[in-house]
Design a protein around this ligand. Structure first.
Ligand code: 5RP
Length: 232
């Protein structure tokens, strides 16, 4: 099974936990995309859910899939969130934000009773921060000063640039901010680094998610395996 197939089986497996009546957090990324397609099929077959998207991109896909949407204001508690991750350790800690949606993803995670993370095998790592740079969303005002402070904690960081037609311009998030991608030689104490980074003025949020996931559904070349935690 190639990487794309691994993403698809993991995402589709997660959708089996979605039942009628649920408020569902809709994550962001190329793995969650397969979950959105499957949920769209099920909604058209009669599944009665409302979704809260974690990004403008996911909102567009959900609308195209005819998944009814709501807001956190209308539904402050989310029954189940399905989201992806960029790196996962054996304690179910995560690095997220490769898709620049980490702020809304963390807000949605915080409001969720249960969180399923869907990944392919390449995302599993022994120590966070060894395979993927940590995304940090920062305010545009004074961003150079924020980067200098962030660089006291990580080994180096780069301002993320926009794709396609805006190439060479900084990427602007759905919240109107910049993203720094921060390099570490591993993050052995992610709980501490998460707090340290968020204590820097100008940092809006960082992509370390500690003790949030209930279950990681991993698509592997030979099928699905599970990593379980919190409420599993
Ligand atoms: C977006 C995220 C995504 O969930 C993460 O980047 C994984 O994406 P993909 O499934 O495309 O690898 O955190 O901010």
């Amino acid at each position: 099974m190639n990487t794309e197939d691994q993403k698809k089986i993991a995402a589709e497996k997660a959708t089996e936990s979605v039942k009628s009546g649920m408020v569902v957090g809709l994550g962001t990324g190329s793995t969650v995309y397969y979950a959105l397609l499957r949920l769209g099929d099920r909604v058209r077959e009669g599944l009665d859910i409302v979704g809260i998207p974690t990004s403008d991109g996911t909102e567009r896909i959900a609308v195209a899939q005819q998944i009814p949407l709501t807001t956190l204001a209308a539904h402050p508690t989310i029954d189940l969130t399905i989201d992806g991750a960029d790196e996962v350790d054996r304690h179910l800690n995560l690095i997220k934000g490769g898709g620049a949606a980490l702020v809304r993803e963390k807000i949605i995670a915080n409001a969720s009773k249960k969180i399923l993370i869907v990944v392919d095998e390449s995302k599993v790592s022994r120590v966070l921060g060894t395979n993927f740079p940590l995304p940090i969303e920062i305010a545009r005002f004074g961003w150079e000063a924020t980067q200098t402070a962030v660089n006291q904690i990580c080994s180096s960081s780069t301002l993320r640039l926009a794709l396609a037609h805006d190439r060479d311009q900084p990427l602007i998030t759905d919240n109107g901010n910049y993203i720094l991608d921060c390099h570490f030689d591993g993050i052995p104490a992610p709980d501490q680094v998460e707090l340290q980074l968020n204590n820097i003025p100008g940092v809006v949020e960082n992509g370390i998610f500690v003790n949030r996931a209930d279950k990681i559904i991993v698509g592997t070349p030979s099928g699905i395996r599970y990593m379980e935690g919190r409420n599993a």
